[in-house]
Ligand binder design. Structure first.
Ligand code: A3P
Length: 316
């Protein structure tokens, strides 16, 4: 199969040939099944094991996302919604564990440690997460009735967030990161194919795939939390709505509250090159990219997106 990078380089308009490819982040990416996989953290063998052995159950819930789209926030919300009858906000495990510990990544965590882990003892509904694009999910997920919630975000804020995130290991510029995005070369990218896969499935199977945007969650977190709860099969009762349960959940999961929990301020991450949970909480704003990307860069990426998403009704 022709390398996707070389075909992208010739087919993607206005991409600078000098785009940096020598930073550690770029060097850690491998073409696999049509997407760029950060194979130093996610060995392709873990993906193959996940695809081969994972048996989805109809009541499984899978948080899917493009990296830096708000995964941590969504995990906190999903965990709290699903467990709102089991825990109060003062005794929820989120007070002492990062959301990524409570909703583990299938490919990054579960199938990396063990090619065929026993997941049968996990209480129902099992909560998992993935950054993998839809076409790379295990067939059992696609053929089951399980629910997937996908979160994406305006790509410019993703670029800036990703750039900041990997500065702990890379002396790279935001322009380096931007150029890679223009080539579709970022973890689990391209950005457009990642989003399109879940978008199309959300249209095809709306009761199984929920397509959410970070900006929508920011704009009306209460309404979106209620929608999420309904989709997940854990709707709030009238009584709960009246007594402010939804607002309390939203307030608990809000950026400043999660960021200031001790585990998220000082907790160290095990078995990964990522140094600490603090990295997952930077500024939590919409539109921060205007401080980093020029209007010309934004226009250039918008032109690429327009071409890549043409024929679909997905827009950013
Ligand atoms: P910024 O770098 O723009 O601040 P992910 O969880 O997918 O890695 O995404 C991380 C991004 O989500 C970061 O964006 C981070 O600050 C933001 N984030 C984390 N928790 C959040 C929350 N509770 N509310 C809003 N944004 C949050």
């Amino acid at each position: 199969m022709e390398s996707k990078e070389s075909s992208l380089e010739t087919s993607t308009p206005n991409v600078s040939p000098s785009a940096a490819a020598s930073n550690a982040y770029a060097l850690g990416l491998t073409q696999f099944q049509g997407f760029w996989i950060p194979s130093t953290r996610v060995p392709t063998s873990s993906i193959i094991s996940f695809q081969k052995y994972f048996q989805a159950l109809d009541d499984d819930i899978i948080v899917a996302s493009t990296p830096k789209a708000g995964t941590t926030w969504l995990k906190a919300l999903v965990f709290t919604i699903v467990n709102h009858h089991s825990y109060t906000l003062s005794n929820t495990p989120l007070n002492s564990a990062n959301p990524h510990q409570l909703i583990p990544f299938l490919e990054v965590k579960l199938y990396r440690k063990n090619p065929n882990p026993d997941l049968s003892k996990i209480p129902s509904p099992r909560l998992f997460s993935t950054h993998l694009p839809y076409p790379m999910l295990a067939d059992s997920i696609k053929h089951s009735n399980c629910r997937i919630i996908y979160i994406t975000r305006n790509p410019f804020d993703i670029i800036v967030s990703l750039w900041h995130f990997f500065r702990f290991m890379d002396d790279w510029s935001v322009e380096d990161c931007f150029e890679m995005f223009c080539r579709g070369k970022e973890g689990c990218g391209s950005f457009w194919d990642h989003a399109l896969g879940y978008w199309n499935m959300s249209l095809e199977k709306p009761s199984n795939v929920f397509f959410l945007r970070y900006e929508e969650l920011k704009e009306d977190p209460v309404a979106q939390t209620k929608r999420l709860a309904e989709f997940l099969g854990f709707p709030f009762s009238m009584e709960e709505e009246k007594t402010g349960v939804v607002n309390q959940i939203v307030d608990f999961c809000i950026f400043n509250n999660l960021k200031d929990l001790e585990v998220n301020k000082t907790g160290k991450m095990a078995e990964t090159i990522l140094p600490s949970y603090k990295l997952y909480f930077r500024s939590g704003k919409v539109g921060d990219y205007v401080n980093y990307l020029t209007p010309a860069a934004v226009e250039r990426f918008n032109n690429i997106l327009e071409e890549k998403l043409s024929g679909s009704c997905l827009t950013f």
